[in-house]
Design a protein around this ligand. Structure first.
Ligand SMILES: Cc1cc2nc3c(=O)[nH]c(=O)nc-3n(C[C@H](O)[C@H](O)[C@H](O)COP(=O)(O)OP(=O)(O)OC[C@H]3O[C@@H](n4cnc5c(N)ncnc54)[C@H](O)[C@@H]3O)c2cc1C
Length: 488
């Protein structure tokens, strides 16, 4: 019997994982990727003997990664050698205070009590709350599909929104645990990973601090890209065909379904179903024939962007550890500048905004100056500038041009209350019932493990709606789901 065919647009982690899951479930899968290599935002740069992770450097929530490998019939430990990173990072305040966030409880106590007498008790309570938020969110909201608004705002779910503090602001809620403004900052800036200001983010997101400190920050030997290489290898073993340098230009509709896609060189690819892994708002805006939804998406809230400096340096600076976070003096003003003015505070930056003038060259120069000054003053790297052999810069325009990220928003659509769960753009097109989405701007959201969940949820929806799951695979899926639940 001929296999059903699936075509995936984009070989980001979401596209790779969805392609592999579909292949495992009996699909003949082709992935079209515009770049020369897979990985998307989780790609790498190799130059003159230096290797850089372009985007992610924190390997979080290993149990979700493990579930992905298991669903593909593999063991993560056979493919990735993970090292725990502890302390996770050093936070530098502009008044000279430094905090090393670590899972070593004794160390945390000593550091926190130096800043505020009751801070250690506050910290334990804060992490306990983060633990509750993490477990509850994963089980009830993040790790499942919502097909109707009634499922989402069901009588069972409504009390959970309060338990998860979905309507409280994260920064304000942190005041219940710490009084010192610097401690509130140290335990909320992580919202930036979701591209959210802690002044707007729901208090639910204390789950991030819990996962980092309790479940751990990890790093694969060989770099984050080792994870992409491992997943691509498994996908290829399952029969997925990857075609690189193949930017999709248009999707063709026929009788209410997507029939094919055209790539830049004019070739047409037909399939039974399509999965968009490129940024969802971009697909609606640039690839789909009808555009009503694109206009609505344009008005949604987007995450911030970033300016990245990849420096090839010919000297070692052992005093600069793997992750350092430098917080600006006026914490609130910094976030206002990023999220309201869409410009540059001390480093993370707002996204592209057609309404305001943004001179990116000047902003990049200012960012470089600030970074070099703080590294010199606070970490003694005074001669760093003389030892930079080459520099590669990623700023919002690069994020947009290279990966087609709408507005250059590095983390995709934002994750405020109105843009999560059922309220986030769905992982299936409303009209074209054979067009699905996977990745950071659909449900559940951004971050590598969360995108891996997206791949699982999209695949589950496809298999449910097309009825293509084989008896054998259903048995496997059930067994895996059981293992997954037990591991929690
Ligand atoms: C600076 C930065 C730091 C981050 N740090 C972390 C971290 O430490 N930990 C973590 O877990 N997450 C982190 N993230 C988030 C994480 O990188 C993303 O959530 C995740 O990589 C998104 O994967 P994706 O598959 O949704 O999208 P993408 O990686 O964007 O993949 C989409 C793919 O589609 C391709 N594409 C686009 N248009 C077309 C087209 N027309 N035709 C064909 N192909 C197309 C793109 O080239 C790309 O390969 C970070 C992100 C950034 C930007």
């Amino acid at each position: 019997m001929q296999k059903p065919t699936a075509l995936v647009i984009g070989a980001g982690i979401g596209g790779i994982a969805t392609a592999a899951r579909l292949a495992k479930n009996g699909y003949d899968v082709t992935v079209l990727e515009k770049e020369a290599t897979p990985g998307g935002r989780c790609n790498q740069i190799i130059r003159e003997g230096h290797r850089f992770d372009i985007g992610p450097t924190l390997f979080l929530m290993p149990e979700i990664w493990e579930e992905t490998f298991a669903a593909l019939g593999e063991r993560m430990s056979d493919h990735l050698q993970l090292k725990r990173i502890d302390p996770t990072y050093k936070v530098h305040f502009d008044d000279g205070l430094q905090l090393e966030l670590t899972s070593n409880i004794g160390e945390m106590q000593t550091q926190l009590e130096k800043v505020e007498k009751t801070a250690f008790t506050g910290f334990l309570n804060y992490i306990a709350e983060g633990n509750r938020h993490y477990k509850m969110s994963l089980e009830k909201f993040v790790g499942r599909n919502f097909h109707t608004i009634f499922e989402y705002f069901s009588l069972g779910n409504l009390p959970l929104l309060f338990k998860l503090k979905a309507l409280k602001k994260h920064y304000a809620n942190t005041g219940r645990f710490f009084k010192d403004e610097r401690l509130k900052a140290a335990f909320t800036f992580q919202n930036m990973y979701l591209g959210l200001s802690p002044y707007d983010a729901p208090a639910t997101y204390s789950l991030l601090q819990y996962t980092e400190l309790a479940e751990g920050v990890w790093y694969p030997v060989g770099g984050m890209y080792a994870a992409i290489q491992a997943l691509v290898k498994i996908a290829e073993k399952l029969g997925v065909q990857f075609i690189y340098n193949a930017p999709v230009k248009k999707m063709k509709e026929e009788r209410g379904r997507i029939k094919s896609v055209f790539i830049e060189d004019g070739r047409e690819f037909l399939a039974d179903l399509f999965v968009g892994n490129a940024d969802l708002p971009y697909i609606y805006k640039e690839l789909l024939p009808k555009n009503d939804e694109a206009k609505k998406l344009e008005k949604k809230l987007y995450t911030c962007s970033t300016i990245m400096f990849y420096w090839g340096v010919d000297k070692e600076y052992p005093q600069i550890a793997h992750h350092n976070v430098f917080l600006g003096g006026d914490y609130k003003a910094s976030f206002d500048q990023i999220f309201n003015d869409h410009t540059l505070p001390e480093v993370p930056v707002g996204h592209l905004d057609a309404r305001s003038e943004q001179d990116w060259e000047a902003l990049v120069n200012r960012a470089r100056g600030t970074v070099l000054t703080r590294l010199a003053k606070e970490l003694g790297a005074e001669d760093l500038i003389e030892h930079i052999k080459f520099e590669i810069v990623y700023q919002p325009k690069v994020w947009k041009d290279r990966f087609n990220l709408e507005k250059g928003a590095a983390f995709g659509l934002s994750h405020n209350f109105w843009q999560v769960g059922y309220l986030r753009p769905q992982n299936r097109h409303k009209e074209y019932k054979n067009l699905y989405f996977t990745g950071a701007s659909t449900h559940p959201g951004t971050g590598l493990p969360i995108v891996l969940l997206s791949a699982r949820l999209t695949t589950e929806r496809i298999l449910k709606e097309t009825g293509t799951i084989s008896v054998q695979n259903m048995a496997n899926a059930l067994a895996q789901a059981r293992t997954y639940r037990v591991s929690h």
